[in-house]
Design a protein around this ligand. Structure first.
Ligand SMILES: *Cc1c(COP(=O)(O)O)cnc(C)c1O
Length: 354
């Protein structure tokens, strides 16, 4: 608290990101980064961009990157918006496209930023309980609403929702924006991008941070009708005309064009996820069926918080979210390389043998 702060700042409860430890030689499985990193072509493009042109502001419309994204998904460039990480894209979407005459709807277990953006922008929200098995019950999304947001696959659970369920939501909510946050879709979900060409109120938000291995570059994007993109652009141009640096534009464009790298690395992560799930199950864990690059796991006799602490002592860092009631006895484990997952399993065996 400070005498000098604006009154709205006193009430803010900021998002707490997973730790980025300074220690090296850690097995870092806490923030859903890619163990494989970006395509070598991305590094080349970024290196090439570091020249005298850095004197100049980047393209405020990110046209070349937006064209490449549009071409990759077969949508017109007018349907593509880009921003400084999907967190920024989401923030602009809450500001530009959610209405404050009724609550925003999202799951009780989902991405932690959604309630924070509501608070920041003065939007009411209603969190809707997942079923006991942690799946989304689409029929529970009903009643007055200023907008709907669903992470698919869902954050923290990794469970994906079929496209048919999303389409039924779009048929029910026709007067407000429906956002589908596809941060994890490349690891096994069904994308709603094709539906954006039929439903003008659908915005699909994506990121280069997870499947493209570029969390450090900070690039996200959204695909939706020109009407929605115009609203986002208005907010963006009232806040920061240049959210993407020249290196970020160059790197993201090279990334979207290297589909082979994406296919190859996501395939490896999916195989490691399936193997890790089986290995944890052998050790008595309950693991939710994941379509993401992480798994949510619970052990009937070993408390998640104690496992988290003991793993940390053994230099393995996973995510524990004790403040989130429904998953306070669950660990969220990012899928790393096979070697990293072996280190996790070895550490768990040592801990559970004690
Ligand atoms: C990681 C994540 C984001 C944020 O991604 P950035 O592009 O790195 O800002 C958004 N939504 C969900 C569900 C995520 O898991």
């Amino acid at each position: 608290m400070s005498l000098f702060w604006n009154k709205h700042v006193h009430a803010l409860q900021p998002y707490i990101p997973g730790e980025q430890p300074r220690m090296t030689n850690l097995v870092k499985l806490n923030t859903n980064e890619s163990p494989y990193g970006p395509s070598p072509r991305v590094l080349e493009a970024i290196a090439k961009s570091a020249d005298d042109t850095l004197r100049l502001y980047p393209d405020p419309t990110a046209l070349s990157l937006r064209q490449a994204i549009g071409a990759s998904f077969n949508v017109p460039v007018e349907c593509v918006f880009t921003g400084n990480g999907s967190d920024e894209v989401l923030a602009h979407a809450f500001r530009a496209l959610f209405k404050d005459d009724a609550p925003i709807l999202f799951s009780d277990v989902t991405y932690g930023f959604y309630p924070i953006y509501c608070q920041m922008f003065g939007l009411d929200y209603r969190s809707i309980a997942l079923r006991d098995d942690f799946t989304i019950a689409p029929a529970d999304y009903e009643g007055p609403s200023g907008g709907v947001i669903i992470a698919n696959p869902n954050a923290n659970t990794g469970i994906s929702l079929p496209l048919s369920a999303i389409e039924s939501l779009l048929q029910r909510f026709t007067e407000q924006t429906v956002i589908i946050d596809e941060a994890y879709v490349d690891f096994g979900g069904e994308s709603a991008i094709a539906l954006t060409q039929r439903y003008t109120n659908l915005l699909v938000v994506r990121t280069f941070s997870k499947s493209s291995g570029l969390a450090g570059l900070r690039v996200g994007y959204a695909i939706g009708s020109p009407e929605l993109i115009d609203g986002l652009t208005r907010v963006k141009d009232s806040f920061n005309s240049y959210p993407l640096s020249r290196p970020a534009l160059a790197g993201a464009e090279a990334s979207i064009k290297d589909e082979a790298w994406l296919q190859q690395t996501t395939k490896r992560i999916i195989a490691t996820r399936e193997r890790t799930t089986q290995e944890l199950a052998k050790r008595g864990f309950e693991v939710l069926p994941s379509s993401a690059n992480f798994i949510l796991a619970h052990h009937p006799t070993h408390a998640a918080q104690e496992l988290f602490t003991s793993l940390r002592e053994r230099a393995v860092i996973v995510r524990y979210q004790g403040s989130s009631a429904r998953i306070s006895d669950w660990l969220r484990i990012t899928i790393g390389t096979d070697e990293e997952m072996n280190a996790l399993l070895t550490a768990l065996d040592a801990i559970m043998a004690d």
